[in-house]
Design a protein around this ligand. Structure first.
Ligand code: NAP
Ligand code: COA
Length: 279
């Protein structure tokens, strides 16, 4: 799809921007002419993402850092800000997830997800503010429907992402006076992503997921990118503090729409197909 946005001369920093949804968002901004900086833990993923982003013809740089380490995050944002002459758009989407019942999550497992998703978002936004090109800069956090729809096997993620949405709203209030808008995109089930590989690893689970989406199919990374391009653009100049679901209507009913909780989905017994073969 042709990108109807022009981000030439703009700088975009994507925390967690080396795979999946966030890399898709980074590509969309690079295609629209922006300079890109991405950050994630793996140097290998950072190098691959930077090389791929450069194929659009613009500048791209990357940082191997963990969002749980504030000093490393600060150093990366300082360097990107200096290299690009400030940052116009910040996308914050580093996250971790695994499905497990509350009693199967160790204190360190719960802490790991909260540290990455919630504290990591705080570290990234806090470190970015000094380098944002105010007024006019925009922040988009990548949240999830777990922030406002309770989901079995996702207590840690629900708690962490609910906090992320509050960070979005409070930052929008505090930074509005500086001309910085802060919004969030809440993706539904997005195909070909690590998140979906973890939450819907089999064909029968994938079908149960799409059955619970009013539009009847998975979303794409491009769907999320389009929302980010709009929210960060002057077309959304009076929009701040919103959590925008881009989920095919999934959050209207969640898994309840298909009459099944995630717990049931993940523990569903194998279904015999009509030819008698067990899936
Ligand atoms: P993904 O490919 O695993 O993306 C996660 C990114 O964050 C990767 O670049 C990863 O790279 C980085 N990351 C993870 N932990 C990090 C840490 N501690 N410090 C720095 N970077 C870290 O997963 P995805 O499914 O595309 O998810 C992307 C975002 O969309 C997440 O915020 C997720 O909650 C949200 N989301 C996804 C779905 C979905 O359907 N997939 C639905 C709703 C919301 P490294 O491994 O190199 O660190
Ligand atoms: N079920 C229960 N607990 C789990 C688990 C699972 N499937 N996977 C990890 N954990 C627990 C570990 O056992 C550990 O706890 P412990 O020390 O008490 O044993 C804790 O989580 C941390 O695990 P570790 O692998 O050391 O953490 P990490 O910091 O290297 O990785 C994760 C963080 C666990 C979130 C990891 O899955 C990750 O890096 N995810 C990023 C990619 C991703 O999740 N993408 C989808 C985004 S929606």
């Amino acid at each position: 799809m042709e990108v109807p946005y022009d981000y030439s001369g703009k700088s975009v920093f994507v925390a967690g921007g080396t795979s999946g949804i966030n890399l898709g968002v980074a590509h969309a901004f690079a295609r629209a002419g922006a300079r890109l900086a991405v950050l994630s833990r793996s140097q290998e993923k950072v190098d691959a993402a930077v090389a791929a982003l450069k194929t659009h013809g613009g500048e791209a740089t990357g940082f191997a850092a963990d969002v749980r380490e504030p000093a490393a995050v600060e150093a990366a944002l300082r360097q990107a800000g200096a290299q690009f002459g400030g940052i116009d758009v910040l996308i914050s989407g580093a996250a971790g997830n695994f499905p497990a019942p509350a009693l199967g999550i160790s204190p360190n497992g719960f802490k790991s997800v909260v540290d990455i998703d919630l504290l990591g978002t705080f570290h990234v936004l806090r470190a970015a503010f000094a380098h944002l090109n105010k007024p006019g800069a925009a922040v988009v956090n990548i949240s999830a429907p777990q922030a406002y729809i309770p989901m079995e096997l996702q207590m840690h993620v629900c708690a962490a992402k609910a906090g992320v949405d509050m960070i979005t709203r409070v930052a929008a209030m505090e930074w509005g006076a500086a001309g910085v808008r802060v919004n969030s995109v809440s993706p539904g089930p997005i195909d070909n992503t690590e998140g979906m590989r973890r939450l819907a690893p089999t064909e029968s689970l994938r079908k149960l997921v799409t059955d619970s989406v009013p539009l009847g199919h998975f979303g794409s990374t491009g769907d999320i990118a389009q929302a980010c391009l709009w929210l960060a653009s002057p077309y959304a100049a009076y929009v701040t503090g919103v959590v925008l679901p881009v989920d095919g209507g999934w959050s209207l009913g969640g898994f309840a729409a298909s009459g099944a909780g995630l717990k049931k989905l993940l523990s569903a017994p194998p279904q015999p197909k009509s030819d008698g073969v067990i899936e």
